[in-house]
Ligand binder design. Structure first.
Ligand code: CTP
Length: 397
């Protein structure tokens, strides 16, 4: 759930600042994009260069970039950029500033202007932490919706022992993961997506295929993962890379292999989306060796492949929703509506090659959706945007 998220890491002046280095590294390892804001006190514990090298971005700690030129760092932009602002370590002074709205450094200004949610991981001596003032600040911050990663007990820099040690970087990264998970609207939804073309062998080296790139199905997988769904992606022989975060990615070559993979899984799914361009026919008797020119037949006898989507429609349970695709070369609504009926679908997505920028190979698509009652036509968009529209369409189903 952290993959692709923008995380602003705030580092304040505590010895635990060294652990923030490991936190930044762990968040990056989990796929997050990390930018770092440090207070001046924090830079006394860890050099900004360490964070800049790890994250590949400059570190922000002051309002002015170049006082001579009058250029300044826009704290508002940073606050707007982030999906989550994680302040680790958060000192007693920082918690106090956050709760009162005091704005005496750049990090405080970022806090006040950020629109994303904020998570703090306090670090301080045990008596500072248990002090009524600190506890009152934390109480107020929690009431305002700020998440607190509680410190743990153990040896402290003062030589004392007790509760005040900042939680370990791995546990804070888990809390960040949990934060995104708990806000993912499709958490727990199991989605099966078929994508890409099929290759139906003629002999050991030749096949019947089609121009599908698999991009639309992969974009759909990404859009469902972003909303917290568990995606099983069945991907044909396409060059597009499957997204990170799929529950499983199963590669297939032929319609028969796809049919077998679907039969094994469809019963455990909540949603099925057939974005694959499955060959309708295959050579009836493919040769196992390479046919030499002299042996090539003048005609190839074809036989039908299994209709995977029709199978899913026939075996659809009451709670399951099934969505098909129809790629047509004419206006296509009548044909798509009849597919919805014939294959027992809940929704169908139509793209017609009459529209420029729609269909195979492109990075864009222009689709219409039909839920059995109403049609809705979308603008030409990137496949990633179309995928988000389709997730909304399927949620509405
Ligand atoms: N489909 C499938 N298995 C097949 C053929 C198609 O799962 N053997 C799915 C596709 O993934 C798509 C939908 O069926 O979601 C429509 O595909 P299309 O080839 O347009 O449908 P057909 O039933 O083959 O209809 P026709 O050729 O008559 O247009």
């Amino acid at each position: 759930m952290v993959h692709g998220r923008k995380i602003l890491l705030g580092v304040t002046g505590s010895i635990a600042a060294f652990k923030a280095v490991f936190l930044a590294r762990e968040l990056i390892r989990r796929g997050a994009e990390v930018r770092v804001v440090m207070t001046a006190a924090a830079t006394e514990f860890v050099g900004p260069l360490t964070f800049a090298t790890l994250t590949g971005h400059r570190v922000y700690s002051d309002f002015t970039e170049d006082a001579d030129q009058g250029t300044w760092t826009n704290h508002v932009d940073l606050g707007l950029w982030a999906d989550l602002f994680v302040v680790a370590p958060a000192t007693a002074e920082t918690l106090s500033a956050f709760s009162t709205g005091r704005c005496t450094n750049f990090l405080h200004a970022v806090f006040l202007s950020s629109r994303c949610e904020v998570m703090v991981a306090p670090a301080m001596d045990l008596d500072m932490f248990s002090h009524a003032a600190t506890q009152a600040n934390l109480h107020l911050l929690r009431e305002r919706g700020i998440s607190v990663v509680e410190p743990v007990s153990g040896p402290l820099a003062s030589g004392l022992e007790g509760k005040g040690r900042m939680e370990e970087p791995g546990a804070i990264a888990d809390a960040v993961e949990g934060y995104f998970e708990s806000r993912a609207p499709l958490r727990g939804l199991r989605v099966l997506i078929t994508a890409g073309p099929t290759h139906e062998p003629i002999d050991a080296v030749r096949f019947i295929g089609n121009r599908s790139s698999g991009k639309m199905g992969v974009a759909l997988a990404q859009a469902f993962i972003d909303q917290g769904a568990q995606v099983s992606l069945l991907l044909g022989p396409a060059t597009v890379a499957p997204p990170v975060g799929c529950e499983e990615v199963v590669r297939f070559e032929t319609a028969a292999e796809l049919a077998a993979a679907v039969a094994e899984r469809w019963g455990q799914m909540d949603v099925g989306i057939a974005a694959a361009a499955v060959a309708d026919v295959r050579p009836a008797a493919p040769a196992t060796n390479k046919l030499h020119r002299a042996d090539l037949p003048p005609a190839i006898v074809l036989e039908p492949t299994p209709d995977v989507l029709a199978y899913m429609g026939q075996h659809k349970a009451g709670h399951q929703k099934l969505i098909g695709f129809a790629l047509e070369t004419d206006e296509g609504r009548a044909s798509a509506a009849s597919k919805l009926e014939r294959k027992n679908l809940d929704g169908i997505v139509l793209n017609t090659l009459l529209d420029d920028g729609a269909g195979f190979q492109t990075d864009t698509n222009k689709v219409s959706t039909f839920d059995g009652r109403d049609w809705h036509t979308f603008e030409l968009k990137s496949k990633a945007e179309v995928a988000r529209d389709l997730v909304n369409f399927i949620q509405h189903l």
